[in-house]
Design a protein around this ligand. Sequence first.
Ligand code: ACO
Length: 320
Amino acid sequence: MKTRIIGTGSCLPDMVVTNDALSAIMDTSDEWISSRTGIRERRLVKEETTTSMSVAAAKRAMENAGITAQEIDLIIVGTITGDYVTPSTACQVQAALGAGKAVAFDINAACSGFLFALHIADAYLKSGIYKTALILGAETLSKIMNWNDRSTCVLFGDGAGAAVVRSERTGLLAYDQGSDGARGAVLTCRNRENNNPYVKNPVEPDYTKMDGQEVYKFAVTTVPASIKKVVEEAGLTIEDIDYFALHQANIRIIQSVAKRLKAPETKFPTSLDHCGNISAASVPILLDEMNRKGLLKPGMKIVLSGFGGGLTWGSAVLEW
Ligand code: ACO
């Protein structure tokens, strides 16, 4: 038996913020952002939260899968921007869905969060501990951006994506994941600093900082290697893959990965033009868009790949 994605869902906030709209409030331009990244607009929250978008995405995935909340054994949310330190986003989703028998927890693997959640769910399902899992990537990245730092804030957006997975005849064929904490300093956002009666630190929150060029180098070397490895492990070739659904960081990273794999760019669908980079939510949102457009047919071979902060990366080959 294999872990199969049987339903997908996603939720984006209502507010659309174009590159031109950003140019009105900071020193940037549509030309700079779109030529370097492929991003034309992103959605940012007003009333929505990481939890509310997660619940909406989860409900759509459950409806798409045709399952009830009582059938869910496990809920995992990949996020770095939960609304609370505790309870976890996953526990809040569980409560909102009424998924009383599920065990629920969050994981932090930044932009690889959905891929890591998929692999954890796969391990539980394969071991027979659980039968049905709801996995999500959900982020409100706009709250950890320094809106005075044009080099980072223009790149990111908010949203949530979800998938229901279950043991079936076909599904996940192979998996690769990795971490390189030694290079973690290239993409950071510090949590609260030590603060007690004996240690005083500033209470101002930290914001996302990135060495864009180092992240670029990491992505264009690690991602093709990880994809080649996982495709080979699945007993397939790059030509056998129908679609590569990659983390939506930057169109130039996606183009470079396509070139290094010698695969046509038409096999790399994108959502970054209208979503920006939504970290852990990028891959499940893209997958849901592909699913709802009817691009995914039974038997197709799909590669999913996430990469980012940690540093972390994960790739999977699925038979749809
Ligand atoms: N608008 C206008 N000008 C800008 C902006 C902006 N939003 N941001 C930076 N600039 C300016 C800089 O000030 C600099 O000006 P200067 O030459 O006068 O000093 C110039 O543009 C070049 O800045 P760089 O930071 O060197 O820009 P670069 O060409 O490296 O492009 C980018 C930045 C797009 C982030 C690039 O490094 C990249 O593609 N990185 C890949 C990593 C990535 O996309 N990360 C996303 C998140 S990480 C993840 O999800 C894995």
